[in-house]
Design a binder for this molecule. Sequence first.
Ligand SMILES: Nc1ncnc2c1ncn2[C@@H]1O[C@H](COP(=O)(O)OP(=O)(O)OP(=O)(O)O)[C@@H](O)[C@H]1O
Ligand SMILES: [Mg+2]
Length: 300
Amino acid sequence: MTAASTVFESDIPGLSLIHRGKVRDVYEVDEKRLLLVATDRISAFDCILPTLIPHKGKVLTQLSQFWFDMLAGVVDNHVITTDLDRMPEPIRGVESLRGRSTLVRRTEVFPTECVVRGYLEGSGWKDYKATGKTSGHDLPKSLQQCDRLFDPIFTPATKAATGHDENITGLEFKNIVGAETAALLKSTSLKIYKTAAAYALTKGIIIADTKFEFGRDGDGNILLIDEVLTPDSSRFWDAKTYEPGHAQPSFDKQFVREYLETLDWDKTPPAPPLPDEIAEATSARYLEAYRLLTGSELTQ
Ligand SMILES: Nc1ncnc2c1ncn2[C@@H]1O[C@H](COP(=O)(O)OP(=O)(O)OP(=O)(O)O)[C@@H](O)[C@H]1O
Ligand SMILES: [Mg+2]
C-alpha cells in the first residue's frame, strides 16, 4: 500500500462510465454487471474538494466488503468480487483499481434511501426540534441533540438527483416501492443497523445513523447494494468522547470541517484545497475506522 496510489478520476479504456458521483465512479461491464470504483475524492458541505484523501476509496470499498460478509446471514448483497484478479478484462489490467473496485450484480435500484437512526442528529434532530417527532415517529419529550433513541427508527428518504434527499413518510414509502417490499426493506434495514451498531460499539465506534440502498436483480431477488456502513454513508462517532446535548465531532471528517470553517468560503463550488497535514490526518482517521472495526490493517 503506497500513498502514491491515489485516484481522483478513474479511467478504464474500453468500459463506459455511466455515472460519476461525488466519490464513486460507476461503469457498465455488461447487461448484468457494474463496476463501482471508489476514488479518494472527499466531499464536505456537499462540495467535492480538489484534494485527495490517500487510501479513502480503499477504506470505503474494503469496509463495505467487511460488512457485506458479516451480514451475509441477514441479507443478500450485490457483490460478485472485490478481487481485481478475478475481474474480467479490461478491468483486470488496470492496477490503479486494485482494492478500490467492486464488481457487482446490476439491479434496478429502489428510488429510496433506507435510513436508520439510532441517535438523534441531522435532519432527524431538526425535524424533532420543529415538530416533536422525527419522520412521523413519536419520540419521548425533551430529548437532547445526539441522544440515543430507545429503539432505532426507520426514516426513508427519496433519492434526489441533485441537492438534498427529502425525508418521506411511511405511507409515501409504501406508495413508491409497494407495501410488501416496504415492509421487507424496513425490517431488513433495522436488522442490519442493529447488528452492525451493536458490533461497532464493542469496537469503540457509535454508528449514529446510516443509509442503505436496495435493488432488485434480473431474477427478482432483493439485494443490499451500493456501499454499506462506511463513514460516507453513516455518522460515525467516537464512543469515548460521546456526550449528548451538542453536536459530536465526526469520526472521519472533523479535521476537514474545522479547517474549512476557518476560511472565508461560502460553501459553494469551487471548494478550496486542503493543506497536506489535514489530508494526511483525515486519511489516518479513515484507516483507523477500518482498523478499529475490522481488527486488521488495510492490506491492498
Ligand atoms: N448493484 C447496483 N445496481 C445498480 N446500481 C447500483 C448498484 N450499486 C450501487 N448502485 C448505484 O451506483 C450509484 C453510485 O453513485 P453515487 O452517485 O451514489 O456515488 P457517490 O460517490 O456515493 O456520490 P454521492 O455522494 O453523490 O451519493 C448510485 O446511484 C447507486 O444507486
Ligand atoms: Mg451515494
